[in-house]
Design a binder for this molecule. Structure first.
Ligand code: BTN
Length: 265
């Protein structure tokens, strides 16, 4: 990843200052900010990108496969002056920023968002997001995006996955993709901070993978904490609305969702 090439391709809002670091190898880009707590604090966004991660982390304790030089492993730290409850919809906004940033590169391919924040192409996972809170209202947003990866020789990825190259049969310039994503984040995050999720609800709905599908939502660690129903979109807070068997709507703030009766081919 060429830092200068990335910086040249950025299109930031006026007066936005970013700090950017590109490293070869790191355990996890999300952990970068634990050890360098005051790096770049005078900027609006602090961003670190790694060529590879030796201990890339996913949600629910999963590992994030991070082969060198093929994909994007990026973490971004930002201070949010919003009440913590509003932050639960932040992951939805990051997913929205990702699909919007990618669209010009892969037109007319349709990407979907599986609530809360997996980016899918035809049910195969293209990108994952891991958000972690830090002291003093800082939030670290970790994004893993499969770009030019074609194989997983050792079969270590437990999920059905894809990459931009698998989808389009084209090779992508990672600097251009990273710049488009950072630029979109720099625009959308201040707007989200001001207006909340409801201002983006309609845009998000256009990518809703679960809408009107029968789904399971796992709300705890054990299988007994699975709730079944029909997904009926999101409310103004970004909570998932589930229509239960008795017709009642229940709102969920978090959970792991899957479509029932999904066949991969
Ligand atoms: C998921 O499980 O879907 C979330 C995956 C998040 C992976 C990214 S890669 C960059 C950042 N560093 C990490 O260790 N994880 C996130």
């Amino acid at each position: 990843m060429e830092k200068d090439e990335l910086l040249k391709a950025l299109c930031l809002p006026e007066n936005t200052k970013i700090a950017l670091e590109v490293v070869d190898s790191i355990p996890s880009t999300n952990d970068f900010f634990k050890t360098t707590s005051d790096w770049g604090l005078d900027s609006d966004l602090q961003i670190v990108i790694a060529e590879t991660q030796t201990q890339g982390r996913g949600r629910f304790g999963n590992t994030w496969f991070s082969p060198a030089g093929e994909n994007l492993y990026l973490s971004c730290q930002r201070r949010f002056n919003t009440p913590p409850h509003q932050r639960s919809s932040l992951s939805l906004i990051i997913a929205l920023a990702l699909v919007q940033a990618l669209e010009p590169f892969i037109k007319p391919v349709d990407l979907k968002i599986k609530w809360p924040n997996d980016i899918l192409y035809q049910s195969f996972k293209l990108s994952g997001i891991l958000i972690e809170s830090r002291p003093q209202d800082q939030v670290v947003i970790g994004i893993g995006l499969n770009i030019n990866m074609l194989g997983d020789e050792h079969g270590v990825i437990s999920q059905h996955w894809t990459s931009l190259k698998k989808i389009t049969a084209k090779h992508f310039n990672r600097e251009q993709i990273a710049a488009a994503l950072i630029s979109r984040l720099a625009h959308i995050l201040p707007e989200f901070e001001q207006k909340g999720f409801s201002a983006f609800k309609e845009q998000w709905a256009a990518y809703d993978y679960l809408l009107n599908q029968e789904i399971n939502i796992k709300v705890g660690l054990s299988d007994s904490q699975i709730v079944n129903g029909i997904a009926r979109g999101l409310d103004d807070e970004g909570y998932l609305l589930l229509e239960l068997k008795d017709g009642q709507l229940q709102a969920f703030a978090s959970g792991d969702t899957s479509r029932v009766n999904l066949v991969y081919y």
